[in-house]
Design a protein around this ligand. Structure first.
Ligand SMILES: CC(O)(O)CCCCCNCCCN
Ligand SMILES: [Zn+2]
Length: 667
């Protein structure tokens, strides 16, 4: 299934008609530049073009009041003076004779997107719209917004398509207060927003934008605010919040539909956000949401005012929706202290509502946070002066790397009698490994009988790894007689001289005792086995007391440990090993394969035992990029033993900074 793209140049046909410094950044070129970039890169041609439509009165009234709609209806006939007068009743927004028409198209575009996704016409999609929506409230325009496009879309999805749970992820750098007000007492809509806050110093300067606004009444826990109290947040800060807050909660919520308030003023270069995250981060943020709700994801444009980073960010998002390989995020740094403080505060208030966060640490002790506030105030004085320098300096960042689809998406290495799943290319040619490698393979514990096809198998494995390195093949799966021997061979003989860093994810019990001290390999083993000792920084045994069939524990291990480690380690190849009898469920297995695609440009090699062939279908489906089915088990979580995972994370964070979720009490 494809990706929808909704755009119409009609929505560029309104602009600011008078002087207003607060509104001058919201220009028509935001939309045309974004669309032209999609055309220039060939991405628009690969999308299913869906026309916008005007939202009807009834649809607008799903969120807004009659008196507000009646007022906006009058604006097309207003004189310039009347328009100015009408605008004065609202904040940081402007009206224009054609903005009512465009606002109906913007809201209608979001509805068209929801229809296309919910009816299965497409898998996912993006609507390029203006005016944006997430600030507009029931009876008020605000922050360049007239109708709340995404809020209307959420109500519409429930009413028309029977969606029971809708997740709204708002990665725009401003708090979508309009969305929060709309759903704060509604447990069927989970609203997540991060936003520049600076302890209420930044627009819209609302007390209720802080982390302790968790929703009201039955909606308590279904509003998640992450305030950024400093500017300059980077990729690592954004990824930490996704791994340690949004994704665990989103998976426990188990939505039927994901809506994204896709504002790109959270990217580097934007005059509003003043953040430092690069446009390619949106490839990963999109990817991390694409295995929720069976892949049903609708991204609706909100903000973004630096036309260069906006266009790049839009392209990164659409290219990921299309299923292209992800860019490698180079040199992630540690989340900054301010981000860690926000992270800790959010997790500590939300843990009472989400069992998956149950073991999160307490909020920073008051003296630590008071010290940080005092420090922040000191920073502020200094920052006043720096302010003008900073706003002068033009931000520069590298153009996002090209993301080339390999000629072959997925390949397989199979015993001759095993059937090759549809869509996979069977590797038969085997590279002549030369005597040295052959002798090393023969020395492996290969029973004589297996010896012959053992060498053939390994030479095909070698070929597969080499073709992944040259990007001729995206990913692959190998059925081998003895998984343990194969792992040893790949990591000792094949992997090491082919790629610089191999992330080995081993599901199930097995003695994987390879010398990993040199960092050429990071082994994360998730099993039911309790390994008392830790074998150095690069061998991380994760024990799930109830085994790999414990979905809650598994998800906690994936988001709390595996993904942050993977982002920090930045491997050139991912080796996913399924030990026989691991007990991991097929859905969980597919989710894991889907999520691991975020690393090594999607170069994942799955190793399974020949007698585990029953899992080949789900494995092939996930490798080919089909979204994993939702994990229903998370809806009724069993009492988990997340405490052990939290303790393990705390112990490891000394070595691995992406595992941090609290301010170091030291500073
Ligand atoms: C969709 C959106 O969230 O990007 C709208 C942001 C509105 C910002 C209003 N304040 C602007 C102050 C100018 N320095
Ligand atoms: Zn914004």
């Amino acid at each position: 299934m494809g990706t929808a793209l909704i755009y119409d140049e009609e929505m560029t046909k309104y602009k600011l008609l008078w002087v207003d410094p607060a509104c001058k950044i919201e220009v028509p070129e935001r939309l045309s530049v974004s669309y032209e970039a999609l055309v220039r890169t060939g991405l628009s041609d690969r999308c299913v073009s869906v026309p916008p439509r005007e939202a009807s009165d009834a649809e607008i009234l799903l969120v807004h009041s009659e008196e507000y709609l009646e007022g906006v209806k009058k604006t097309p006939h207003m004189t310039l003076e009347d328009l100015k007068e009408f605008t004065l009743q609202y904040g940081d927004v402007y009206f224009h004779p054609n903005i009512y028409h465009c606002a109906k198209l913007a809201a209608g575009s979001a509805l068209q997107l929801v229809d296309s996704v919910m009816t299965g016409k497409v898998r996912n999609g993006m609507a390029l719209v203006r005016p944006p929506g997430h600030h507009s409230m029931r009876s008020a325009a605000s922050g360049f917004c007239v109708f709340n496009n995404v809020a209307i879309a959420a109500r519409y999805a429930k009413q028309k398509h029977g969606a029971e749970r809708v997740l709204i992820v708002d990665w725009d750098i401003h708090h979508g207060q309009g969305v929060q007000y709309c759903f704060e007492d509604d447990p069927s809509v989970l609203y997540f927003s991060w936003h520049r806050y600076e302890r209420q110093k930044f627009w819209p300067n609302l007390r209720e934008s802080d982390y302790d606004s968790v929703g009201k009444g039955s909606g308590a826990g279904f509003n998640v605010n992450v305030p950024w109290n400093e500017v300059g947040m980077e990729n690592s800060d954004y990824l930490s919040v996704f791994c340690h807050v949004l994704l665990p909660v989103a998976y426990e919520f188990c939505p039927d539909l994901v809506l994204v308030c896709a504002g790109f003023d959270s990217a580097i270069g934007d005059p509003e956000g003043e953040m430092c995250a690069t446009p390619d981060i949106f490839a990963h943020l999109t990817h991390l949401l694409m295995n929720l709700a069976g892949g049903k994801l609708c991204a609706v444009l909100e903000g973004g005012y630096n036309l260069t980073s906006l266009a790049q960010s839009v392209c990164q998002t659409v290219q990921t929706l299309l299923g292209d390989p992800l860019p490698q995020l180079a040199n992630l740094r540690s989340p900054c202290e301010s981000a860690l403080e926000s992270l800790q505060c959010v997790r500590s208030v939300q843990r009472r509502y989400w069992s998956i966060l149950k073991h999160a640490a307490d909020s920073a002790t008051t003296d630590v946070s008071n010290k940080r506030i005092k420090l922040a105030k000191a920073e502020e004085e200094k920052a006043e002066t720096a302010e003008d320098e900073r706003s002068q300096e033009e931000k520069v960042w590298p153009e996002p790397a090209e993301r080339l689809r390999p000629p072959v998406c997925s390949a397989s290495v199979l015993p001759d009698d095993a059937a090759c799943p549809d869509g996979l290319k069977r590797l038969v040619s085997s590279k002549d490994l030369g005597p040295l490698l052959v002798s090393r393979i023969r020395n492996r514990s290969m029973e004589d009988a297996g010896d012959a096809d053992g060498v053939a198998t390994f030479s095909r494995l070698y070929t597969l790894i080499e073709k992944m390195r040259t990007n001729e093949i995206g990913n692959g799966v190998a059925l081998v007689p003895d998984v343990a021997a194969a792992v040893e061979c790949v990591v000792q003989d094949l992997g090491s001289d082919l790629v610089s860093r191999v992330l080995v994810v081993c599901v199930g019990k097995e003695e994987l005792n390879y010398a990993t001290a040199d960092g050429k390999m990071l082994v994360v083993q998730i099993s039911g086995e309790d390994k008392e000792e830790q074998k150095g920084k690069y061998y991380i045994p994760v024990c799930l007391k109830k085994g790999c069939g414990d979905t809650v524990g598994f998800i906690q291990a994936v988001f709390g440990l595996l993904l942050p480690l993977g982002y920090e380690y930045d491997p050139g190849l991912v080796l996913l090993v399924r030990m026989p009898g691991s007990g991991v469920g097929d859905c969980m297995w597919q989710q894991l394969i889907g999520l691991l695609k975020g690393f090594a440009k999607g170069h994942t090699l799955v190793l399974m035992q020949t007698n585990d062939g029953a899992c080949m279908g789900p494995t092939a489906s996930a490798l080919l990029g089909h979204p994993a089915p939702p994990l229903q088990e998370l809806l009724t979580p069993l009492p988990d033993d997340g405490g052990a995972l939290e303790r393990m994370r705390e112990r490891l964070q000394a070595d691995w900074k992406m595992l941090q979720t609290t301010v170091s009490s030291g500073n």
